[in-house]
Design a protein. Structure first.
Lengths: 115, 116
C-alpha cells in the first residue's frame, strides 16, 4: 500500500536560515509526489510536483525538493526562510498509476519562522 | 486563476441536524473532491466525483453523502450531524486525466464546522 510519512510535526527556523521538511514515502512503483502548502485561513496550494522527470524539482517561492528513490525520500528545502513561509506543509503521494484523482496526504509539518 | 469557493467559512450546527456544504469551481474541471482535515491526520478523502451525477466513496464516507447535479457544483451532505463530524472541510477540483497536470488539485478556503 502507498503511504507518506512526514517526519516532523513542527519545524522552527530563524528568518534567513535554511529550511528542511522531511518526507518519506512508500510505494510499490515509481510514484508521483507533491508538496502542498496551506497558509493560515487559506486553502491548500500546490508548491511543486515530481512525476518521473528530473529528480530535483523546483517549485514556487524558492522551494525545491529532491526525489531519492534509494532512500524513498522527497524532502522539501529552501536556502533562506522568509517570514511569509510560515505555514503548514503537506507531502502527498499519488498512488494510482493510471489516474491522478486519488491523493494520499501526510499528516503535515507546521513551519514556524522566527524573526 | 482557478477559483474554488465554499458557501461558508464557519458553521455551527446541532447534533441531528441535516447539514449542506456547498462548493463551486469556475474552471470547468471534471473532478471534484471533499476532504476533511483534522490536526495530526492530514487530509482524508470523503467522496469524489469525476463527472456530473457520478461519485465514488473515498476513505471515510460513513455519515456523509454527496450530490453533483451540475459540473461546477459539488455538495457534501451530513444527513444527521454528530459531534465527531466537527472538523475542517475542504473542497477541491482538478482537471481530467491526460492533461499533463497529474495530481494538481485546487482547493477552496475550507468550512470549519462545529457540531454541538
Amino acid at each position: 500500500a502507498q503511504s507518506v510519512t512526514q517526519l516532523d510535526s513542527h519545524v522552527s527556523v530563524s528568518e534567513g536560515t535554511p529550511v528542511l521538511l522531511r518526507c518519506n514515502y512508500s510505494s510499490s512503483y515509481s510514484p508521483s509526489l507533491f508538496w502542498y502548502v496551506q497558509h493560515p485561513n487559506k486553502g491548500l496550494q500546490l508548491l511543486l510536483k515530481y512525476t518521473s522527470a528530473a529528480t530535483l524539482v523546483k517549485g514556487i517561492n524558492g522551494f525545491e525538493a529532491e526525489f531519492k528513490k534509494s532512500e524513498t525520500s522527497f524532502h522539501l528545502t529552501k536556502p533562506s526562510a522568509h517570514m511569509s513561509d510560515a505555514a503548514e506543509y503537506f507531502c502527498v503521494v499519488s498512488p494510482d498509476r493510471d489516474s491522478s484523482y486519488k491523493l494520499i496526504f501526510g499528516s503535515g509539518t507546521r513551519l514556524l519562522v522566527r524573526p | 486563476d482557478v477559483k474554488v469557493t465554499q458557501s461558508s467559512r464557519y458553521l455551527v450546527k446541532r447534533t441531528g441536524e441535516k447539514v449542506f456544504l456547498e462548493c463551486v469551481q469556475d474552471m470547468d474541471h471534471e473532478n471534484m473532491f471533499w476532504y476533511r482535515q483534522d490536526p495530526g491526520l492530514g487530509l482524508r478523502l470523503i467522496y469524489f466525483s469525476y463527472d456530473v451525477k457520478m461519485k465514488e466513496k473515498g476513505d471515510i464516507p460513513e455519515g456523509y453523502s454527496v450530490s453533483r447535479e451540475k459540473k461546477e457544483r459539488f455538495s457534501l451532505i451530513l444527513e444527521s450531524a454528530s459531534t465527531n463530524q466537527t472538523s475542517m472541510y475542504l473542497c477541491a477540483s482538478s482537471p481530467q486525466d491526460g492533461t499533463g497536470r497529474r495530481g494538481e488539485q485546487y482547493f477552496g478556503p475550507g468550512t470549519r464546522l462545529t457540531v454541538t
